[in-house]
Structure formats: C-alpha cells, structure tokens
Design a protein around this ligand. Structure first.
Ligand code: IMP
Ligand code: MG
Length: 180
C-alpha cells in the first residue's frame, strides 16, 4: 500500500492511475454519446480540474468542442451565504452554447450552484457538470448534483490528480485518502 505524508497527515493510495483512467474513460464515453451532434464548450475550473480535464478531453470520441478556463474561490464574508469570487473570469461567450463545467471534486456544491446560475444568466443553452469525484453526503445544493461523475466518495479528504492540500500534491498521479 503506497502511503504519503503531508503536513503531519498520513494518506494512503485510494485510486491508482489505471483505476482513474477507467473512470475518466467512462465519463468521456457518456459525454461523447450525449454531445456527438453538439459543439460543447468545456469550462474548466482552475486550479484543481486541469489534470482531469486534460485526460477527459483526450478521451472523447468525435466531439467537436472548445475549452476555456476560469478560476474561482468561494469565500464567506460576514454573512453565511457564500459568494463566488472570480479570480480568472470567463473569457469566452457562453450565450447559446452547451456548456460543460469541469471540476475536480464537488463537495457542498456551492461552487457549482453559483457557476451554473452564472452561466445560465449569461444565456447558455444548457449547463452540465463533469467531475472526477463527488461527495454525495456533503451536497447542500440540489441543483449542483453533477451529471457526469468519475467516482463517488464518502466524506474523506483526498489529494492528488489535481486535488491539493494547501496548494501542494496536485502532481500525484494517484488519488490518496487521508488516514484516520
Ligand atoms: P464545494 O463548492 O463545497 O463543492 O467545494 C468544491 C471545492 O472544494 C473543490 O473544487 C476543491 O477545491 C475543494 N475540496 C473539496 N473536497 C476536497 C478534498 O477532499 N480534497 C481537496 N480539495 C477538496
Ligand atoms: Mg477546486
């Protein structure tokens, strides 16, 4: 069992590169089927989703598509409702486009909930979400349930394959779960 330490926490390998590749291909196959007659715009959420997105788009079959990037952070001010801050705003027109938001992981769903509203407000024809990981037990926003999911996970914290712990460990090819 491969293990790794980060800032005093111990992690063990949960998904190998081969297992991740299978999950990604399964997502790509479904998107290829659903979008074969469309020209989707992938909106890739930085920083975490860049690894998953790079594999996903290269696993598609015959989907004429475009891609663009945004970087957001959900911060909580004085109020309890989170607000999305655009660190790298959307640079592409989404009006009349079939948008697929690409995320590394959906947790409370706040990020996706707000991004979907943002895209719809800008006139997107449709907005769906593809995520490598999804924590269904943590979901607080019903409309943020992703349409395309690599794998579901319970509440544990994970790193690797784009996912970070304070900015580090995105480079790991496997996904590691924190040990109790
Ligand atoms: P949400 O807006 O609550 O759904 O949060 C999603 C974001 O939280 C993801 O894009 C990640 O940046 C971060 N996140 C949630 N769970 C994890 C985890 O287990 N490892 C690393 N980042 C996580
Ligand atoms: Mg993220």
């Amino acid at each position: 069992m491969k293990t790794i330490e980060e800032q005093g926490y111990h992690f063990e390998e949960w998904l190998t590169p081969a297992e991740i590749a299978k999950d990604v291909q399964q997502v790509a196959d479904r998107i290829s089927e659903d979008y074969k007659d469309k020209e989707p715009l992938f909106v890739i959420v930085l920083n975490g989703a860049f690894v998953f997105a790079a594999d996903l788009i290269r696993s598609l079959k015959d989907v004429r598509c475009e891609m663009t990037f945004i970087r957001v952070s959900s911060y909580f001010g004085m109020s309890t409702t989170g607000q999305l801050q655009f660190i790298v705003p959307l640079q592409q027109v989404v009006e009349n486009r079939d948008v697929i938001i690409v995320e590394d992981i959906v947790d409370s769903g706040l990020t996706i909930h707000q991004l979907k509203a943002h895209m719809r407000g800008l006139g997107a024809t449709s907005v769906r979400v593809a995520t490598m990981l999804f924590k269904p037990n943590k979901l607080e926003y019903d409309d943020a349930k992703p349409e395309y999911i690599g794998r579901e996970i319970t509440d544990e914290f994970v790193i690797g394959y784009g996912l970070d712990f304070d900015g580090f460990r995105r480079d790991l090819s496997s996904i590691y779960k924190v040990k109790e």
